[in-house]
Ligand binder design. Structure first.
Ligand SMILES: Cc1cc2nc3c(=O)[nH]c(=O)nc-3n(C[C@H](O)[C@H](O)[C@H](O)COP(=O)(O)OP(=O)(O)OC[C@H]3O[C@@H](n4cnc5c(N)ncnc54)[C@H](O)[C@@H]3O)c2cc1C
Length: 289
């Protein structure tokens, strides 16, 4: 089993260490790979240029041979894994918790339990991304450069600064999230404005996405997105386990809730006992929104 760890512009991407944890030997693939400080499990470096999953998949399909392949269940990993599995004509096992040449463990029923699958043939798998600090550093080895003319990737016209509205929550360093304590849809506009002022993406609990107040892609938790922010600001969120299980381990959690004993406030670094919407309005005023 070989892990594929993705680098972009000389930096490891989200979930890299999950791949390193899952398998013993990895290849570092991507652009500017020769200079990336990488974990010792990296035994090969492949320079593939800018991230282009279709082109990369066509190159990798000729390189991986009979190896089973494991990538991170990150946005980049998921995209590449699907294309590589299609290229190789292999089964894709998505979102595994553990994987080996013989077995894969996967979550079911919204993460309430897990099942084990016996693996029957060569596969491509993704392992779930969890929260980690910047990856540890180690060996620096010379890279190999591979190229392919066979490309079906989009042409990149420009790379824009992340738009907080559309930024994948899993990539957000700061998140403001709202729950049932925010009481009405208009308070989620307020939440988004405060988020924009703080450079934070806006998320929500399932109660809120079920009500249709914000789109499902904004839901954090076992049946939503797993996030890994440095700062998590929770407004009117009780902290049910299905929500907090998707939180990873933020460096700082702030909970604004009228109930000081709720789990979210109990796990917070700073628990503010106050009305969530009122606090948002005051924050917006202070941040000049
Ligand atoms: C299989 C399954 C999967 C699930 N997956 C997810 C998931 O992925 N993500 C998720 O979030 N949930 C998920 N849930 C739902 C989860 O169990 C909780 O119901 C949900 O997270 C609670 O959302 P909440 O905190 O917004 O609401 P509540 O639990 O109702 O909490 C509201 C909070 O607001 C506070 N409050 C009330 N008024 C105010 C005020 N004026 N100011 C400040 N605070 C106030 C209350 O004290 C309370 O703590 C799942 C449930 C199941 C069964």
């Amino acid at each position: 089993v070989i892990g594929l760890v993705i680098a972009r512009r000389g930096r490891l991407t989200l979930g890299s260490l999950d791949v390193v944890d899952a398998v013993r030997e990895c290849w570092l693939i991507g652009d500017q790979v020769a200079t990336v400080p990488a974990p010792a499990a990296v035994i090969r470096r492949l320079e593939l240029g800018e991230y282009a999953p279709a082109r990369w998949a066509s190159v990798l399909a000729t390189e991986v041979g009979e190896h089973d392949v494991v990538l991170a269940a990150s946005p980049d990993g998921r995209d590449l894994a699907a294309r590589l599995a299609e290229r190789l004509g292999r089964e894709l096992m998505a979102g595994c918790l553990e994987v080996s040449a013989a077995q894969a463990t996967m979550p079911v029923f919204g993460g309430a339990t897990t099942v084990r699958h016996d693996v029957t043939g060569p596969f491509v798998a993704t392992v779930q991304a969890t929260t980690r600090p910047e990856p540890a550093v180690g060996l620096v080895a010379a890279g190999e450069s591979l190229d392919s003319a066979d490309t079906h990737d989009v042409v990149v016209e420009a790379v824009l600064e992340p738009d907080l509205e559309s930024l994948d929550l899993a990539d957000a360093r700061r998140i403001v999230a709202g729950g049932a304590g925010l009481d009405r849809p208009s308070n989620f506009d307020l939440l988004a404005k405060v988020g924009a002022a703080l450079g934070a993406a806006a998320g929500a609990t399932r109660v809120i996405t079920d009500r249709g107040w914000v789109p499902p892609r904004r839901q954090i938790g076992t049946t939503g997105t797993t996030v890994s922010p440095e700062l998590y600001l929770a407004f009117g969120i009780s902290g049910a386990v299905q929500h907090t299980a998707g939180l990873g381990s933020p460096n700082h959690i702030v909970s604004v809730n009228t109930d000081p004993a709720c789990p979210m406030s109990q796990m917070a670094d700073l628990a503010v006992v106050a009305d969530a919407a009122g606090t948002l309005a005051a924050l917006l005023e202070r941040t000049g929104g």
